[in-house]
Design a protein around this ligand. Structure first.
Ligand code: HEM
Length: 374
């Protein structure tokens, strides 16, 4: 998709797409301005019929209150303390495949790692992770083809997965209300906003959001990072020799292959962007994947620069909705890559395998990524 973004950023930096009834915005400066101004560009996306009220689709003042509360669960310290545990999960997943000399990086590592971590944070049994994976896949899935039938099917599957997930979390919430544990759900149940506790629905909605927002995105970050290693063997050797580069490598993967390609907003008033007149009520799609390669912001944006500094990519968004899970996603990505580079030698993509991309305009990642190693 990236050459297409480059082309669109030049030809129609801000355009109205009749077929989708929305604006597309491709330049860094414009995307940045939109994300920075939640009063003009609301997150209450009307189109998002599938999800219940959660912070991702709230505006201030409610967003500010909720975010303040959940931030406590994701402080840098809380996340950093997870490092040894994330490392041991990663090692266990690699142990299972190490003798084979080959693995699918997606299903053997990139999928289970974030699911196990979130399941444990929330305090739900890790045995249920297969269920989690199925539900979260459905929640982020787009229609297979651009037909009304395909769209309706996605909506129906979505509604069912949401129902099942709600019922699942409702049971856990009930258990934790009577018997709190040291987990995120218990913490959310105990928390108060201006003297008011969250109700069950709010805790359930937030739990579902973590699954939907945190799993596939982190899976794709890890898979895209390993993909990069196989695409550039010199880079692979460089990182093996100098693992201190891993954090900046992960940032560059996020810029270069952002798992979330675009972020939606709705204009609350008439406003001009890039010389175009946007009307109150219009949908606006900010193409992060394009902004991340804008030559007006990044030097030599089409090159992968492992130690790029500064690297103000927008892969986690910007402003008040900046990804809550960013420290966790970064940590998981860094640990996964560090462990892979320590334990596997000469990582190669299995030649002849087909690269099949996830069918969604908003998600960037591959469905499988078979590798061999020594
Ligand atoms: C928000 C990307 C991992 C939880 C966002 C947004 C982006 C994003 C672009 C902003 C959306 C907007 O402005 O409308 C990513 C990427 C990830 C990742 C690329 C992995 C590489 C995670 C993880 C979690 C998480 C691991 C949770 C454990 C959230 C939540 C929000 C959010 C709760 C909503 C924040 C708010 O509205 O205030 N993420 N995310 N994300 N993300 Fe992530």
């Amino acid at each position: 998709p990236f050459p297409i973004y480059d082309q669109l950023r030049q030809s129609t930096p801000v355009r109205y797409d009749e077929s989708r009834s929305c604006w597309d915005v491709f330049r860094y400066e414009d995307v940045h301005r939109i994300l920075k101004d939640p009063a003009t560009f609301s997150s209450k996306r009307g189109m998002d019929i599938r999800k219940r009220e959660n912070i991702l689709i709230m505006d201030p003042p409610r967003h500010t209150q909720m975010r303040g509360l959940v931030n406590k669960a994701f402080t840098p310290k809380v996340v950093a303390d997870l490092a040894p545990h994330i490392t041991s999960i990663t090692n266990a997943l690699l142990d299972a495949v190490l003798d084979h000399g080959k693995m699918d990086i997606v299903s053997d590592l990139a999928v289970p790692l974030p699911v196990i971590v979130i399941a444990e944070l929330l305090g739900v049994p890790t045995e249920d992770r297969q269920l989690f994976k199925e539900w979260s896949d459905i929640l982020v899935k787009g229609p297979d083809e651009n037909t009304e039938e395909a769209f309706n099917q996605v909506v129906a599957e979505n509604a069912q997965a949401s129902e099942e997930l709600s019922a699942y979390f409702a049971r856990i919430v009930e258990q934790r209300r009577s018997e709190p544990k040291d987990d995120l759900i218990s913490l959310l149940l105990a928390a108060e906003i201006e003297g008011q506790k969250l109700n069950d629905e709010e805790v359930i909605a937030f739990s579902i959001l973590l699954l939907a927002a945190g799993n596939e995105t982190t899976t794709n970050l890890i898979a895209n990072a390993v993909r990069r290693l196989t695409e550039d063997q010199a880079l692979q050797r460089q990182l093996k020799e100098n693992p201190d580069l891993i954090p900046s490598f992960i940032e560059e993967v996020l810029r270069f292959y952002p798992p979330v390609q675009a972020i939606g907003r709705v204009a609350t008033r008439d406003v001009e962007i890039g010389g175009m007149q946007i009307k109150a009520g219009d949908q606006v799609i900010s193409w992060v994947a394009s902004a991340n390669r804008d030559e007006a912001k990044f030097k030599d944006p089409g090159s992968f620069v492992v130690d790029r500094k500064p690297n103000p990519h927008l892969a986690f968004g910007f402003g008040i909705h900046f990804c809550l899970g960013a420290p966790l996603a970064r940590l998981e990505g860094q640990i996964a890559l560090r462990t892979i580079l320590e334990r596997l030698q000469d990582i190669q993509f299995v030649t002849g395998s087909e690269l099949s991309y996830i069918q969604s305009p908003f998600v960037y990642g591959v469905k499988q990524y078979p590798i061999t190693f020594q």
